[in-house]
Design a protein around this ligand. Structure first.
Ligand code: ATP
Ligand code: MG
Length: 264
């Protein structure tokens, strides 16, 4: 079993040879502090093409900071962050926008714009990323397809206030799908949802991955979500990738810091 792995090269090589694929995200030696708060202290991570990778960490451990570094919303102090072969922090605004159109990001809390209908919420990324979609005379078929993927085509003309929490999360997911992203980043996709709705969201994530062949990074502290969806997991502790392995490997660990994640 593979714990406390400081030798990231070894980890990366192993995943590459195990899957024979290529890396879609590579984080190397990521450091980020806010004043005296040293959040990331040399974090390493590789997401392989087509993979479902779960990153777990305690509240405040830096999961959202890490995922924001991947889309250029947080600037690291040092380290490299490559997404789809491009170093995020060396891109100008135009190239960053272009790259972002290949990345679906389900934010923690998954806010919809309250003053817009569901349809308008989904049209929003289409307007921002016109170059990728080309000229779309009629947006309705794309909006409908995205909503059908999450079973909510009938909500197209509703306002967010008319939807339940789980439905809002599904609409937010549909919104990320509209650009057919190559990589999906999920920040706590099931937080605040009841267990049944959480299961529905997890099922959707799986079906989306199957349908579009996306690679997914899933941040969660939901152990059930991790068990169902992960092919590989990384535990973020003290700002580093403290442990890495499959759910069954990690859940059987005797390392107290690892074991703590799996105790209910
Ligand atoms: N913009 C910011 N300015 C200052 N401190 C920040 C900023 N963003 C995050 N932090 C701090 O960085 C630490 C990590 O925050 P982060 O949001 O990444 O945690 P998390 O692991 O996602 O937690 P949770 O599970 O609660 O979502 C926290 O101590 C937080 O206060
Ligand atoms: Mg967070």
């Amino acid at each position: 079993m593979s714990f406390n792995m400081t030798d990231q090269d070894q980890i990366t090589n192993r995943s590459e040879s195990a899957q024979g694929g290529k890396a879609v995200i590579e984080i190397k030696d990521l450091y980020k502090s806010f004043g005296d708060n040293h959040v990331l202290n040399g974090f390493n991570m590789t997401l392989m093409e087509g993979e479902n990778l779960v990153v777990m960490g305690k509240s405040g451990s830096g999961k959202s900071v890490m995922i924001k570094c991947l889309v250029g919303l947080v600037k690291p102090d040092s380290g490299t962050v490559k997404v789809l072969g491009k170093e995020i922090n060396s891109l100008d605004q135009q190239n960053l926008d272009e790259l972002r159109s290949d990345i679906g990001f389900l934010f923690q809390g998954s806010a919809l714009y309250d003053s817009m209908t569901v349809r308008e919420n989904l049209e929003f990324p289409m307007r921002r990323h016109k170059e990728k979609l080309g000229v779309v005379a009629d947006t309705e078929p794309l909006v409908r397809e995205a909503l059908e993927n999450v079973g909510l085509a009938h909500t197209m003309d509703l306002m967010p206030v008319e939807l339940s929490g789980g439905m809002k999360r599904r609409v937010a997911l549909a919104r990320t799908l509209i650009l057919k992203p190559k990589v999906m980043l999920y920040d706590e996709p099931t937080s605040g949802l009841d267990p049944i709705t959480s299961k529905e969201i997890i099922e959707l994530m799986r079906s989306i991955q199957k349908k579009y062949g996306t690679s997914s990074l899933i941040i969660t502290h939901d152990v059930d979500c991790a068990r169902v969806i992960s092919e590989r997991m990384i535990l973020l502790v003290d700002g580093i990738n403290y442990a890495e392995g499959t759910y069954s490997q990690l859940s059987q660990s005797t390392d107290p810091k690892v074991d703590a994640f799996f105790k209910k």
